[in-house]
Structure formats: structure tokens, C-alpha cells
Design a protein around this ligand. Structure first.
Ligand SMILES: [Zn+2]
Ligand SMILES: [Zn+2]
Ligand SMILES: [Zn+2]
Length: 98
């Protein structure tokens, strides 16, 4: 499954978020696509990013492609490959999850 976004690297980092830990892609409930961030989504789609249900696999790891529920993502590392996620992403939790 691919990750969408602007100028992504191979781990799904975009022009907005490109630290080592910025590898979590978020699913829009409306188009069902995983995007590097909501800013990339809103620039490329004709609708605003729609938050996904916390149990509806809203997050994908850009390193290994593992899908996660919100409670797994919240633990801070990928359950399959162990890569750390950016803890600051929780600041945007209300955009990504419902
Ligand atoms: Zn969408
Ligand atoms: Zn972006
Ligand atoms: Zn992973």
C-alpha cells in the first residue's frame, strides 16, 4: 500500500515533516488513502482531511508498511519494526483520529 504526499522519501516523510521519526502515515476516512500529513492531503485532494476511527487502522508505518490502531500508535513505536514515531504528532490528534 502506498503513502501519498508531497515530495515523499522512501519512508513517507514529506516536505512538511521530515525528521527521522516522521514516518507515520495517516488515513483519511473519506478517500481511504494514507497520507504523510494532513497538509499534503489537503494540497492534493479536493476535500479536507477526514479523521478516521481509532479502531479503523488509521496509521501506517512508513518504514515497514504495518497498519496500526490508534492505541498501538500511541505507544510511540511501530509494533512490527520498532521504529519510533514523532511524539509531537499527538498535537494534531483531533485532525487525524475520532
Ligand atoms: Zn481524503
Ligand atoms: Zn506533508
Ligand atoms: Zn514499522
Amino acid at each position: 500500500m502506498r503513502i501519498y504526499g508531497l515530495d515523499l522519501d522512501q519512508a513517507g516523510r514529506c516536505i512538511h515533516y521530515h525528521l527521522s521519526v516522521d514516518v507515520a502515515a495517516m488515513k483519511c476516512a473519506r478517500c481511504q488513502r494514507y497520507y504523510a500529513c494532513y497538509q499534503c492531503h489537503d494540497a492534493l485532494e479536493n476535500h479536507r482531511f477526514a479523521a478516521s476511527n481509532k479502531d479503523d487502522w488509521p496509521v501506517m508505518c512508513g518504514i515497514c508498511g504495518c497498519l496500526m490502531r490508534f492505541d498501538q500508535y500511541q505507544l510511540g513505536t511501530c509494533p512490527r519494526c520498532g521504529h519510533a514515531f514523532n511524539p509531537k504528532c499527538s498535537l494534531h490528534g483531533q485532525i487525524y483520529f475520532k
